[in-house]
Design a protein around this ligand. Structure first.
Ligand SMILES: Cc1cc2nc3c(=O)[nH]c(=O)nc-3n(C[C@H](O)[C@H](O)[C@H](O)COP(=O)(O)O)c2cc1C
Length: 240
């Protein structure tokens, strides 16, 4: 096998263009027909985000007939579990990217930026205002940790599920207005975890526009947990 036919996916993981096979630590990994198909497709788009929907179309005869983003996600989750050294990352909930270590500085910078968001201690959410009901398309780990949900449980939902029945909040009115005016807003809001515990957040929501700054593409929400703040204020008042 010639070296120039090998794509280095990580330090221990190589894809051979020649034999269309995956090797981990020098040992060939047995792939199903659909997994092989997926690799061939992702390798064509190495280091570039590929739309979940495009993956579905590529694999549609091996996956469920009816389009279901979840089926693609489950398929890829299975693959990532069986080959953990694979750098196959999910981006904003709607894309996947197979990463190769033979990458340009520019792409590396982009990846690092993604890692920064992924590892931020501040919970982060991204929504898609051009889709029906402005669904969540990405949350980072800190978001899942704070609210006690799995990634798959929150993507696709509007953020309003977080306040549950606690609808009489002045902050919600301000958020609603800012969203329809495509403006940024900062508000303190009472949200609820999956277990039903109230958490108090300072959230900053920013509209994100395309490069020409013309068309609204996303809303970005960055949270700061201030649950202990009311307690703190009570204590200060007690002292005064
Ligand atoms: C990025 C972003 C983050 C949001 N985060 C929350 C949140 O944490 N809790 C919440 O109740 N609503 C949140 N919202 C607001 C809701 O999505 C929704 O706009 C709000 O409930 C008012 O609209 P409604 O009257 O249609 O429910 C967020 C909205 C955006 C765009």
């Amino acid at each position: 096998m010639k070296n120039n036919n090998l794509i280095r996916l990580s330090s221990s993981c190589y894809w051979s263009m020649e034999t269309e096979s995956l090797a981990v630590d020098g040992v060939d990994i047995k792939l199903s027909i659909s997994q092989k198909k997926l690799f061939k497709f992702l390798v064509k788009h190495i280091n570039k985000p590929v739309l979940n929907l495009d993956i579905f179309y590529e694999l549609h005869d091996s996956l469920d007939k009816e389009f279901n983003e979840k089926s693609v996600r489950n398929f890829i989750t299975g693959l990532r579990k069986s080959v953990p050294c694979l750098n196959l990352v999910n981006i904003y909930g709607g894309y996947y990217m197979l990463k190769s270590e033979q990458i340009s500085k520019y792409i590396k910078l982009k990846e690092q930026f993604f890692e920064i968001i992924e590892q931020s201690k501040n919970p982060i959410v991204v929504t898609s205002p051009n889709e029906y009901d402005n669904p969540i398309i990405y949350v980072n780990d800190a978001f899942c940790e704070l609210f006690g949900y799995e990634y798959e449980e929150v993507v696709g939902q509007n953020c309003r599920f977080l306040h549950g029945n606690d609808t009489k909040q002045e902050a919600l009115e301000r958020i609603r207005e800012a969203i329809s005016a495509q403006k940024s807003v900062e508000a303190n809001i009472r949200n609820y975890t999956k277990d039903g515990d109230m958490v108090y957040e300072d959230i900053t929501i920013s509209p994100i526009f395309d490069k020409q700054k013309e068309k609204l593409s996303y809303f970005l929400g960055i949270y700061k947990d201030i649950t202990s703040m009311p307690l703190f204020l009570e204590k200060v008042q007690e002292v005064l």
